[in-house]
Design a protein around this ligand. Structure first.
Ligand code: IVH
Length: 697
């Protein structure tokens, strides 16, 4: 609350005014949060990013703490999740499904650990050497999906329920049964009377992308993120639809248990689950004290982008069950656990304008100019909107409040608009008809999504980008040739093509902005070094469309000499590993353009040289002659995808295991093929090992 002093009023009057304002704001927040709860939990279509929800929620918690008289039992701060949706039978949770308290900063974690150890010390019977010894925690991922309770009676799955409001959820048994990763029967001869497994249903990112592509092709609505796709898929009234949706599951907790002893620790519970055939994520650990918690957080943070599914943090749980029981619960969350969240990857801001940028190949990219916003750990003022179709599809207008996403090193992007906050004067984006840099026509071919400037190298933007590409570290590696310098060189018409670079002298450079004798002679020296390069770097530096660093290496190895590459036909290009029709075509077009050939001649004349070799004999594919058998469900790859990856490298993929099989790749629920492989001593790989093998080839 902002404290404004009102002249002529006493302190009491001021206090009363603040309290009234607080009550009003709390009422507004309750209504707004209730609306977002409905959108998130009941309609699976959130209106705002989670971080924005958390902010509003935090504001209400703060008000209710400062003004305890505002606390009400029906406040969103006292409830978990949403109301059950009509159409599913209600399920009353015998053990309530609670939420987790959140922490964001290291200090939150240290405070949590302190509360836990103090809480355990205050207990009447401190266990053993508890005084001073760090608390033991089970640590795991915080999956971004939806919570589910699976009830097994005598080892058979009899009921599955969503969390709902924590007390009553929805019966989604029919839908859950379609998820192949969830066993219908526990893998044990001695099942407990009742075991209620709790965990998260989620969708892997690759599956999500595939689903959205299919939705789009079918003219159906696309999902905003994997979490919503998972929630929307699970809460289908027709389980035939759910069956077509690629859902996954990881267990992380327990509800009711009868007829078997409760494992003494959380980690032992999850180990037990593994033996029962219940999917549990491998990335979990047992650590000691706050230091252990924080180092797990950091390790997972580093790996986050490489995980095939979304997580929004990690979860810490006191490992010992008896200690958990002693710590107990506060209103909506256990005292023994904490969700340590990663910085939000999505945030709201205002879209001030949309400008277009011209890329190296003339591609026109609409770029959002944003009111500065802190997201994914950095302040963002620009974000890509990809292309015109995307802007329409996402229904984004200038003036809108937009959701910006920045995940890891990926370029920030605008995900969509908050339609209910659209101002009356919002403007639609209109693609310019002329290039903002050179004035040439902008053209979009009928079957392409990308609009392009038709100016080619007469377009200064394309020339600048081409020069920067040519000079970059992985190309000719001309140290000191940055964008500010290229800008001046092109704008003042000092250079036109990469070959002109090598004609630059110290005198010409030293007079430029931000340049002095020293930096000028450094650049000249850098150019001297860059003059001698490798064929692969030279090919990459040319900036041929679709020819990245790896393809450039393949081409250099295959053709040995630049002249061979320049003379190659599309058919000859297609022989090169990883070169498909689009790439081959693009290379042929590039060398078919007289001005490109001319630039290469000029570069040669300017003394640029590269190492050449004899063309490589066409090498056999690395897995030629090897036979693989696939069995079970792999964690991220479909069988077809795994097969394609192996076959691309020359392997044969067979249907049954024999003494001639070289490797078996096994996933979850692998059956007789795995047994046979083990009997025959055939090496067995999991998906990760297979990927590692292919990567090493
Ligand atoms: S434990 C009593 N563990 O986060 C605590 N929850 O904010 C019950 N979640 O509803 C939850 N990963 O949907 C737990 N490893 C994990 C989790 C996890 C994701 C979700 C779950 C829960 C929400 C709590």
């Amino acid at each position: 609350m902002s404290q404004t002093s009102v002249p002529g009023q006493g302190a009491n009057a001021r206090k009363a005014a603040d309290a009234t304002a607080a009550a009003q704001r709390a009422a507004e927040l309750r209504i707004e949060l209730a609306r977002h709860n409905r959108a998130y939990y009941e309609e699976d279509a959130p209106l705002i990013p989670d971080a924005e929800y958390d902010r509003l929620f935090g504001e209400l918690v703060a008000l209710e703490t400062d003004y305890p008289e505002l606390q009400r039992s029906d406040s969103p701060t006292q409830r978990v999740g949403g109301k059950p949706v009509e159409g599913f039978a209600p399920v009353v949770h015998r053990v309530p499904m609670l939420s987790l308290n959140n922490g964001f900063a290291d200090e939150d974690v240290e405070a949590f650990d302190r509360r836990v150890s103090d809480g355990l010390r205050d207990g009447n019977a401190p266990s053993g050497d508890l005084f001073g010894a760090p608390v033991e925690y089970a640590v795991e991922l915080k999956f971004d999906g939806l919570a589910i309770a699976l009830r097994y009676e005598y080892g058979v799955l009899v009921q599955a329920a969503t969390r709902g409001d924590g007390t009553t959820g929805e019966d989604v048994t029919a839908n859950i049964r379609t998820i192949k990763k969830i066993p219908l029967r526990l893998d044990t001869d001695n099942p407990p009377e009742v075991l209620e497994v709790r965990g998260e249903v989620l969708m892997f990112r690759a599956d999500f992308d595939k689903l959205n592509r299919a939705q789009e092709a079918a003219g159906e609505k696309v999902f905003v993120n994997p979490r919503n796709a998972a929630a929307g898929s699970l809460r289908q009234l027709d389980s035939k639809i759910t069956a077509k949706r690629p859902l996954s599951f990881f267990a992380y907790g327990v509800g009711e248990l009868a007829g078997a002893p409760m494992p003494e620790t959380h980690s032992a519970l999850l180990d037990w689950y593994v033996t029962l055939g219940i999917p549990v994520n491998d990335r979990r650990d047992v650590v000691q004290g706050a230091a252990g918690l924080l180092s797990f957080y950091r390790a997972v943070g580093e790996a986050r982008e490489t995980l095939p599914y979304d997580i929004d943090g990690v979860v810490y749980k006191v490992n010992r069950r008896d200690e958990q029981d002693r710590l107990g619960f506060v209103s909506r969350a256990p005292r023994f656990a904490l969700a340590h969240k990663f910085p939000a990857q999505e945030a709201l801001t205002i879209l001030l304008d949309i400008e277009v940028q011209v890329g190296r190949t003339g591609a026109i990219t609409p770029v959002a100019r944003l009111a500065p916003v802190f997201v994914g750990g950095a302040t963002v003022t620009n974000a890509t909107l990809h292309n015109e179709d995307e802007i329409r599809r996402k229904d984004v207008m200038i003036g809108d409040t937009v959701i910006v996403r920045r995940a890891g090193d990926v370029i920030p992007e605008v995900v969509g608009s908050v339609l209910e906050r659209r101002p009356a004067d919002a403007r639609a984006f209109v693609m310019p008809t002329a290039c903002p840099v050179c004035g040439s026509a902008i053209e979009k071919l009928p079957d392409e999504v990308i609009a392009r400037c038709t100016g080619g190298l007469i377009c200064a933007a394309q020339r600048k980008q081409a020069l920067l590409h040519f000079a970059q570290r992985r190309a000719l590696d001309i140290e000191g040739l940055g964008d500010k310098l290229v800008e001046q060189l092109v704008d003042q018409q000092i250079i036109r093509t990469p070959a002109d670079l090598f004609k630059l002298g110290v005198a010409k450079l030293a007079v430029l902005d931000r340049m002095a004798d020293k930096s000028a002679s450094n650049l000249v020296a850098a150019l001297e070094t860059a003059r001698h390069t490798t064929l692969a770097r030279f090919i990459f530096a040319l900036g041929i469309r679709h020819v990245g660093e790896a393809t450039a290496k393949d081409l250099a190895r295959h053709f040995g000499k630049l002249d061979n590459l320049m003379a190659a036909s599309v058919d000859e290009l297609l022989v090169v590993p990883d070169v498909g029709p689009i790439v081959a075509q693009s290379i042929a077009i590039f060398f078919g353009e007289p001005h490109n050939v001319e630039v290469i001649e000029q570069l040669r004349a300017a003394g640029v040289t590269w190492t050449e070799s004899e063309p490589a004999a066409v090498a056999p594919l690395p897995l030629a002659g090897k036979t693989f058998v696939l069995t079970g469900t792999l964690p991220t790859l479909s069988r077809d995808e795994a097969k394609a990856m192996l076959e691309e490298r020359g392997a044969k993929v067979a249907g049954s295991v024999s003494a001639k099989t070289d490797y078996v790749v096994a996933g979850a629920e692998a059956g007789s093929k795995l047994t046979k492989a083990e009997a025959l001593g055939v090496p067995v790989l999991d998906e990760e090992a297979m990927r590692a093998m292919l990567a090493a080839l």
